[in-house]
Ligand binder design. Structure first.
Ligand code: SAM
Length: 520
């Protein structure tokens, strides 16, 4: 596709981009405010759409090319597209691109067709689903033999189930297959694509990794894939109604369609609608060859080390939807560990190379925002160093902390788990800077200095940690910054702060200012 549309209408000088005032304050996250992202289909580490949108609006203009090379569920490209930009989604995970393209595709077709498509699936599958619900033993096996099932491939070693089919009861496998066959027969293209998205979303609940949320309706809850990032089989698996589960998801998808229609209608009435969506499936470094110097803004969120093995965990969907990635693709995944046991050394090197690739894709004087979080400072060093080496000037570092939704890990381990992220924003000014990795840096002094400037009595540990990383960077000393989470916690305590486990913040003790002795 042609990337740049008629440029004359928004001829802006190169410098006007460079003069953009960077975003320097955190933006309160609205995780559930957009039906197109929340409730349509789960994915890992989905960024809050309002934060992403505000960044896009600040750093790019209408008709600009906005890219997310580690696009995940597509929040960046979808929001860019809805804001009259050319949103480019890229990810090596077929599930990610399936989600992003399916959600963006909800602009197609009429709402009425979507409703008719749901009725069509009910009419086509109702009788067979009923039989599947009551059949047992041989009758169930007989029904199953008439349906198309995905191959029974091995699962990652960390899974409770050895192979794919073991993730489902016989009834779940059969019901999912009945629903999918009915969807394949829907005569309306847009409606069919939307129902497949809803079916894929219901997969997350119709398997043995579904864990019901305590004290809530049985159907509330989610898959262990998204909470503890492995295929943990529930001790007492709950079998939800396949039809009700699918119908609920389909109604969410239809609501997302109505929301997107409304948004586009507003644009049409106020200046015109010309958003475009494009999807690529490349490793970031290969993508840079295609999009060399063609992008106006990049907002991206690369994988955080060994945190999540995206491809392993997406097997549930990629196998059902017949989009299993090749071994070569798996080797290019930017993670530590996983089934291929990818090394940390190669992760750090490739993280830096990926940032350099982002810089190559940017036009001069355009902006790059990278979302990241990890205790390992060398990961930050890889990002900051690579950007500086390729002409990216760090113009803003914003700690997006205080998100009210805490991860399971955070709830359990409190202060040693980092929640929230740092958004690093660079201007592609072309001025390469050499990084001096020999400077000394006293972490203790830096923590004390940051804490003494905190105006309120509460502070997020993540904010402190991010500040220290950025301070060390500005002092040219990030290479010598080596701090463990226990040392960091001790330093904060010694400055007279204590951790509030309910609010997940550090609070100032009465004797503030004095240096407290190390405990233990
Ligand atoms: C942190 S997630 C992004 C989530 C996204 N911000 C969202 O809102 O859904 C990182 C993504 O990078 C993808 N990824 C990993 N290695 C990659 C590579 N070498 N090239 C492109 N994408 C990659 C993963 O599949 C994953 O979807």
């Amino acid at each position: 596709m042609r990337l740049r549309q008629t440029v004359s209408r928004h001829a802006v000088s190169r410098d006007s981009y460079a003069r953009i005032n960077p975003i320097t304050a955190p933006i309160p996250a609205d995780r559930q405010g957009a039906k197109r992202h929340y409730g349509v289909h789960p994915y890992f580490t989905r960024r809050p759409y309002n934060v992403v949108r505000d960044y896009i609006l600040r750093y790019s203009r209408e008709r600009d090319v906005v890219l997310d090379p580690f696009g995940g569920s597509g929040v960046t490209a979808i929001e860019a597209f809805l804001e009259n930009r050319i949103g480019i989604q890229n990810d090596i995970n077929p599930l990610a691109n399936f989600l992003a393209a399916s959600i963006a595709g909800l602009e197609k077709g009429r709402l009425e067709e979507y409703k008719q498509s749901l009725d069509f699936v009910q009419a086509r599958s109702g009788e067979l689903l009923g039989k599947a619900q009551t059949a047992t033993g041989r009758r169930l096996a007989e029904l199953q033999s008439k349906t198309m099932l995905p191959p029974d491939i091995p699962l990652p070693r960390s899974s409770d189930a050895r192979s794919f089919h073991q993730l489902f009861s016989a009834r779940q496998l059969l019901s999912l297959s009945i629903l999918k066959s009915a969807i394949d027969e829907i005569p309306w293209d847009a409606g069919r694509a939307a129902m497949l998205l809803a079916w894929s979303a219901s997969l997350a609940k119709l398997n043995k990794t579904f864990l019901s949320a305590e004290g809530r309706a049985e159907s509330r809850g989610g898959s262990s894939i998204f909470s503890i990032y492995r295929y943990k089989v529930a001790k007492r698996p709950i079998e939800l109604s396949p039809w009700k589960t699918f119908e609920e998801r389909a109604l969410n998808v239809i609501a997302a369609k109505a929301e997107i229609d409304k948004q586009i209608e507003v644009k049409r009435k106020t200046g015109g609608w010309f958003g475009k969506f494009d999807c690529r499936a490349k490793d970031v470094q290969e993508l840079a060859e295609e999009l060399n110097c063609a992008v106006d803004y990049i907002f991206t969120d690369p994988p955080y080390g060994a945190h999540i093995s995206y491809l392993d965990l997406s097997t549930l969907w990629n196998n059902w939807l017949d989009m299993t990635p090749s071994v070569r693709t798996r080797e290019r995944e930017l993670i530590v560990g996983g089934e291929l046991n990818l090394s940390e050394g190669s992760y750090v090197a490739r993280l830096g190379e990926s940032i350099q690739a982002c810089m190559r894709m940017l036009r001069p004087n355009r902006w790059l925002s990278v979302v990241f979080q990890h205790w390992n400072v060398s990961y930050f060093e890889a990002i900051l160093g690579a950007a500086a080496d390729s002409g990216g000037e760090l113009r803003a570092a914003v700690s997006q902390v205080g998100d009210p939704i805490w991860s399971m890990h955070k709830k359990k381990s409190n202060e040693s788990v980092l929640a929230g992220e740092l958004i690093l924003t660079f201007l592609n000014s072309g001025k390469k800077s050499r990084v001096n990795r020999l400077n000394g840096f006293d972490v203790g002094d830096a923590v004390q200095a940051v804490l003494s400037n905190v105006e309120s009595d509460n502070v997020h540990g993540e904010y402190l940690f991010n500040r220290i990383v950025v301070e060390a960077w500005h002092h040219g000393a990030i290479g010598s910054l080596d701090i463990s989470r226990t040392e960091f916690i001790d330093l904060i305590q010694r400055n007279g702060w204590q951790y509030d486990e309910r609010q997940h913040v550090w609070t100032r003790c009465k004797k503030s200012g004095a240096l407290f002795p190390l405990t233990g």
